[in-house]
Design a protein around this ligand. Structure first.
Ligand SMILES: [Zn+2]
Length: 79
């Protein structure tokens, strides 16, 4: 039973977009959504990786940087 328990994982090498701290970002899942959070400054961002609509849009016109970031994020989630 894991109800109410949220596991946060650090993202190796990730840099916070707000405070630029490295290795301070964690990812966690809550309410079927994935979030990333900076434990240094409190930055919180929802990661919309599993939205079918978003997936279709990015397939049609995906900048390489976005594609790489999504691939990396999936790897994090699978760890
Ligand atoms: Zn931060």
């Amino acid at each position: 039973m894991s109800d109410g328990k949220i596991t946060k994982r650090f993202i190796a090498g990730a840099v916070c977009p707000r405070c630029n701290a490295m290795d301070r970002l964690v990812i966690f899942r809550r309410d079927d959504k994935d979030f990333r959070e900076c434990v240094s400054c409190g930055f919180l961002d929802e990661m919309r990786l599993n939205t079918p609509k978003n997936e279709l849009e990015t397939r049609v016109n995906t900048p390489e940087a976005v594609k790489a970031a999504q691939t990396q994020a999936v790897k994090w989630l699978e760890q």
